[in-house]
Design a protein around this ligand. Structure first.
Ligand code: KG4
Ligand code: ZN
Length: 362
């Protein structure tokens, strides 16, 4: 099957063509699917000056970009509209006006071509992304979803009646801020443009490589937020960091070295929380594989900490490839393909859903 994926839930306009024709013996295996194209037109530069995404502007940008992005995805895939066997588009969760652009484009295109259409849950797609990489584990596993809007743990397995289709049981989630959101807010206070996660990650690495040195002393220490059970909380960590930043700024001590030390301290607290909760979820469920998806799965501190701690606990931690951590349309095509193969079709009346839990589209 040649499937076009479309993603416009936030500030990335993305289209990708996934080719599943080469799978051995016709057996569905994400690792064998061929990514024929993967186009992402990010509005991050556009929104840097605003300190965050402005929903109405994001949807206008999507509307202007969707057709050129789809044309590029087809050209790079060396495919034409007529070659497509199916279309999948994100229908939630996300910004309603932004979602509407990709969703309506996808529905109209599928209708015009007379091919099946499915709406894809963005969260499910983030947890499908790691499975496209060589060496990915097979379900069941624990899924850690860490993005700008979500932080949650799931027990993930194949649906009983529909082989290949992942289904999700929520184990725990953030009771306040998502971890990516906390990165972005702390970064903003440190004068970093949106999205701040990648810069704070780099700063934390520079600190541990000695940038802070004697001038900054040890990395700022923050308490690891550990609410009961498998839930997360990042609001307290964010507030503690904000207070420290305000203190230092008032005392005239917020220099580049100190910013690195703050980033390092914040990152240590955040990734240790994520890592320990994910391993607790493995212990509770008895599952020994863990997959990690979403924008913050790109974080080098999380990859290093969880990689090391998982090995100590006899758990295999597997991360989405870097390119597929942040928003993209390959993951939408990969999840859409499974939905279509399981017999699901969506009609033209499928609506965009701003707040969507995992699993309801099936
Ligand atoms: O999954 P994603 O692209 O969009 C959502 O679905 O929300 O995640 C975006 C989030 C942003 O908050 C961004 O700051 C964060 O992921 N992020 C990172 C890193 N790369 C992206 N956070 C920490 N370290 C990174 N390397
Ligand atoms: Zn996302």
């Amino acid at each position: 099957m040649l499937i076009l994926g479309l993603e416009t839930s936030c500030d990335e306009t993305a289209a990708a063509v996934l080719d599943t024709n080469g799978e051995a013996n016709g057996e569905a295996d994400d690792r064998k699917a061929r990514v024929r194209s993967d186009i992402v037109s990010s509005q991050a530069d556009f929104f840097a000056a605003y300190g965050g995404v402005v929903p109405e502007l994001a949807s206008r940008n999507h509307a202007a970009r969707i057709l050129p992005v789809v044309r590029r995805a087809l050209a790079e895939a060396k495919a034409t509209y007529a070659d497509l066997d199916a279309v999948a588009a994100t229908y939630g969760p996300g910004l309603t006006g932004a979602l509407l652009v990709g969703l309506n484009f996808g529905k109209a295109l599928a209708w015009g071509l007379g091919v099946p259409f499915v709406g894809v849950n963005h969260l499910a797609a983030h947890l499908q992304a790691p499975l496209l990489a060589e060496g990915a584990p097979r379900p069941p596993f624990v899924g850690l979803l860490v993005s700008g809007g979500h932080t949650a743990l799931y027990a993930v397995d194949e649906a009983a009646e529909r082989p290949g289709l992942l289904e999700f049981e929520l184990l725990g989630e953030t009771v306040d801020d998502a971890v990516g959101e906390a990165y972005d807010k702390v970064g903003r206070l440190l004068g970093v443009d949106y999205p701040a996660g990648p810069t704070l990650d780099r700063w934390a690495g520079e600190y541990s490589e000695g940038y802070g040195g004697d001038s900054a002393g040890p990395a700022e220490g923050f308490t690891r937020p550990m609410p009961a059970g498998l839930d997360f909380s990042f609001a307290g960590l964010k507030t503690a960091a904000a207070r420290r930043i305000a203190e230092l700024a008032a005392a005239g001590g917020l220099d580049d070295a100190r910013k690195r030390s703050l980033a390092a301290g914040f990152q240590t607290a955040a990734v240790e929380t994520l890592g320990e909760k994910a391993l607790a979820a493995c212990a509770r469920t008895g599952l020994t594989s863990l997959i990690v998806g979403g924008g913050v799965a790109a974080n080098s501190g999380l990859r290093a900490y969880l990689g090391r701690r998982a090995a100590e606990e006899g758990v295999r931690a597997f991360f989405a490839p870097l390119r597929l951590c942040t928003d993209n349309a390959v993951m939408i095509a990969a999840r859409g393909r499974r939905l279509i193969e399981s017999g699901l079709r969506h009609d033209l009346d499928l609506e965009a859903v701003a707040c969507l839990e995992l699993g309801v589209e099936e």
